[in-house]
Each structure stands twice: as structure tokens, then as C-alpha cells.
Design a protein around this ligand. Structure first.
Ligand SMILES: Nc1ncnc2c1ncn2[C@@H]1O[C@H](COP(=O)(O)OP(=O)(O)OP(=O)(O)O)[C@@H](O)[C@H]1O
Ligand SMILES: [Mg+2]
Length: 284
């Protein structure tokens, strides 16, 4: 199933691709799907007051893969992401209906503790938001809350290494996280999110405030993270979705999930004309 490399006859390139893609642009990672999906979302509706933001969304999110959520501004991507770890609970106006099954258990069941849930499902936001604490304290934060009694410094080091930040900060672990550059702060937030060893990492446009070099580091990092974690990422950058994800979900205005498929299919041969129009920039 792997895409042919560039040594093959270029004249045989298909004329069918709807955006300029090549084997090294569209993800062809073919990370193996392992077992049942992590999330099985069924008939999910979200309302803010009387406004409906998501409409009967069904989606199975595969384990240890990168799933990208794309679509025009206001189509409900962040709302959807926040349903997965019940962050919408924190928004008074939000009402969620339907099921978000995590390993077969609906996270909206009454006996689910949202705080414990969010430990299993880490989140990284658009704007880096380190706590006004030291680098070490930022990464150790979740571990301390969960009463981790192992070697915290070892976990801090491991998480910073996984977040590709260790080499840059290992001699300044006790200086403030706020003194880092924007790209470093975002990697610190990723280290903080993965330190408690979550199952899933949610990212809402994690690179949109960063320059191209920092963005590229985050993209490499996401690729590494998918070996160990399930990653669900919202991005406005279609090339980024094409580069880094295995699956892509396309939401359109009104909160409808229009198409969800392998990333290569979405970008090269989508089933829905509206997806093709969106990807080729006809709207959105
Ligand atoms: N806290 C809120 N209160 C009321 N309405 C909200 C709230 N958050 C989002 N909405 C509405 O829900 C809809 C979906 O918003 P959401 O933020 O999920 O979209 P999005 O796809 O993430 O957009 P963007 O790409 O601009 O981040 C929009 O119409 C938005 O105005
Ligand atoms: Mg958003």
C-alpha cells in the first residue's frame, strides 16, 4: 500500500489528484491500525443555547494513529475535540447529546470523573500556555496531581525528550517556562500533556501561532508521538493535515461531518464534491 517513490516514472503521475500532492506530501505512513478504535463517537450533537454546533457526528478514531480534523472556521472542529475529553463541560451554554465511547465506555456516563478522564486524554491548545512555573514544575504538574510516587525527575526528562525539547532546556530546568520561545513553550506544553502518560493527545491548531521552523519541529514530534499515543489534531493548514495524518475528517459549516477517510483518499479522491471544493479552495 505504500506510495511509489520519486524514482518511478514521473510522467505516469496520475492527473486525477485534486491538489498538488506527491508521495512525500500526502502522508503515506501506513501506520498499522492496532485493534479496535480508541473512540467510537455515535450520533453526537452539540448545542450552544439554541444554536447547533455539531450534527449527528459518527466517527471511529483509530488507535495510535494521527487523525486530522479540518474544515472552515466555525464548523465545529474545536467543539468536537472538546467533546472527547469533556472540556465542553466547562462551557455553561454547551449541551452534548449522543455517545463518546472511549474503549467501549461512554465518557458522558454519570460515573465517569471528568478530571480523571482528562488525565487519560491530554490536550494542547493553539496558544502555548505554560504555567508561570519552572520548566520542571510545568512537566511534573500532572504527575503531582495524580500522586505519582515514582521518580518524577526521570519522568520529566523522558517527557521533555519525547517532546524534543530536552537538549534545549536540560541546563535550565529551574527557570521559568515563560522565558522560552513560543515554539519551545508549545513543546513544553506537549511535554506537560504527555508526562502523565495519557492514551490520547488532543491538539487544537498547535502550530498555528508558530514560525515554519517551529512548526516543522511540532510536525516531526507528532509523527513520533503517534508511535505511542493516539493523536487527534485540528489544523487549518491542509498541507499539514496531508503531511502528518493517517485519517482526515472534513467538517463543513453547520457542524456536519461530511467525510472521514484515509488522508490520501480525502486529498486525492474524496467521495463528496463539497470536500473537493473545500480542499481546492473554492470556499472556506
Ligand atoms: N463557548 C461558546 N459559546 C457559544 N457558541 C460557541 C462557543 N464556542 C463555539 N461556539 C459556536 O459553535 C460553532 C463552532 O465553533 P468551534 O469553535 O467549534 O469552530 P471551529 O471549527 O473550531 O472554528 P475555528 O476554525 O475558527 O477555530 C460556531 O458557530 C461558534 O460560534
Ligand atoms: Mg477552533
Amino acid at each position: 500500500m505504500s506510495t511509489q517513490d520519486s524514482t518511478t516514472d514521473e510522467s505516469e503521475e496520475s492527473g486525477e489528484a485534486i491538489i498538488e500532492t506527491s508521495s512525500d506530501v500526502v502522508s503515506s505512513k501506513s501506520r498499522p491500525t492496532s485493534g479496535p478504535p480508541v473512540f467510537d463517537v455515535e450520533d453526537l450533537d452539540v448545542f450552544y443555547g439554541s444554536e447547533q454546533a455539531l450534527q449527528s457526528v459518527d466517527m471511529e478514531i483509530p488507535s495510535k494513529q494521527v487523525t486530522a480534523l479540518i474544515g472552515p472556521s466555525g464548523c465545529g472542529k474545536s467543539t468536537y475535540l472538546r467533546c472527547l475529553n469533556r472540556m465542553n463541560d466547562l462551557i455553561d451554554a454547551a449541551r452534548v447529546e449522543g455517545e463518546v465511547n472511549l474503549n467501549g465506555k461512554n465518557v458522558y456516563d454519570e460515573d465517569v470523573d471528568p478530571v480523571a478522564l482528562r488525565r487519560k486524554i491530554g490536550m494542547v491548545f493553539q496558544t502555548p500556555n505554560p504555567f508561570p512555573k519552572t520548566i520542571r514544575e510545568n512537566v511534573a504538574y500532572g504527575l503531582k496531581i495524580q500522586g505519582y510516587d515514582g521518580d518524577i525527575d526521570a519522568r520529566v526528562e523522558k517527557s521533555l525528550k519525547q517532546a524534543a525539547l530536552w537538549d534545549e532546556v536540560k541546563d535550565q530546568l529551574d527557570s521559568s517556562g515563560l522565558d522560552l520561545s513560543g515554539g519551545q513553550q508549545q513543546r513544553l506544553c506537549i511535554a506537560r500533556a504527555i508526562a502523565p502518560d495519557p492514551e490520547v493527545v488532543l491538539m487544537d491548531e498547535p502550530a498555528s501561532a508558530l514560525d515554519p521552523v517551529a512548526t516543522s519541529k511540532i510536525e516531526d514530534l507528532i509523527d513520533d508521538l503517534a508511535a505511542e499515543y493516539t493523536v487527534v489534531i485540528v489544523t487549518h493548514n491542509m498541507q499539514q493535515a496531508a503531511r502528518i495524518s493517517d485519517k482526515t475528517a472534513v467538517f463543513l459549516t453547520g457542524g456536519e461531518l461530511v467525510e472521514f477517510d484515509d488522508t490520501q483518499t480525502i486529498f486525492e479522491n474524496p467521495a463528496d464534491d463539497r470536500v473537493e471544493d473545500y480542499i481546492t479552495g473554492k470556499f472556506g
